[in-house]
Ligand binder design. Structure first.
Ligand code: ATP
Length: 202
């Protein structure tokens, strides 16, 4: 898969809807200090499921919403969409035939986030699995932030294994296994309950 576009509206310094095309090859973002370069990367990480406001340089999640300037009022919602192409074989079942995959996240002041995949409401957990399958995501080692290299050098073996697993493309299996275990446990509880009920009837 390939990141094709990023659509940002009401997120941090992007008060107006802005579309950024991500062309094949190397993309650089240049501009004076404080113009919003890091906010572009924050937007990408946020849409991919970043759950920590602190790591987005804010106090709470609502802080990603455009807070207003001297000249413009604050906005009440922020939305970021990541558009992927060349997703053949990687898209979740209902979207396999579609040429593009659009993962969006919207937040409204005071009411939390909502994720959509090609317009369809999706759980945060499924968005995380989708990006894990693509060896990407908010916390993925595809995003190398300041201090990441030294952190990796000093990492414990288990932490380094996580990076290798991601490179091997098997990270998504962990969340699938977790989901499957939860389902199994729920089914076991249902079975026990059914057995109890049957016992009472006999
Ligand atoms: P530097 O070169 O210093 O790293 P940068 O170009 O990466 O800067 P960013 O850190 O991305 O800049 O953007 C900082 C700007 O974004 C600041 O002007 C800040 O006021 C603005 N900003 C951040 N959050 C919001 C928000 N919620 N609403 C409005 N503006 C915001």
């Amino acid at each position: 898969a390939r990141f094709a576009r990023l659509r940002i509206a009401g997120f941090k310094s992007f008060a107006d809807a802005t579309t950024i095309d991500i062309l094949p090859g190397l993309t650089g973002i240049v501009g004076p200090n404080g113009c919003g370069k890091s906010n572009v990367v924050d937007a990408l990480r946020w849409a991919m499921g970043e759950a920590s406001a602190k790591s987005l340089r804010g106090g709470e999640m609502d802080d990603v919403i455009f807070a207003g300037t001297m000249a413009r009022p604050a906005r009440s919602l922020a939305e970021v969409a990541v558009i992927l192409t060349e997703t053949a074989g990687l898209a979740p079942a209902p979207f396999q035939a579609e040429p593009e995959l659009e993962i969006s996240r919207k937040i409204e002041r005071g009411s939390g986030s909502l994720y959509r995949v090609n317009g369809r409401e999706t759980r945060a957990r499924d968005v995380a699995t989708l990006f894990a399958d693509l060896a990407s995501g908010a916390r993925s080692s595809a995003l190398i932030s300041q201090g990441k290299i030294s952190a990796l050098v000093n990492a414990r073996p288990e932490e380094r294994r996580a990076v290798l697993e991601e490179a091997a493309g098997i990270t998504g299996l962990h969340s699938r296994r977790h989901e499957a275990e939860l389902k199994l446990r729920a089914a076991e509880q249902n079975l026990t309950r059914a057995a109890d009920l049957r016992g009472q009837q006999e």
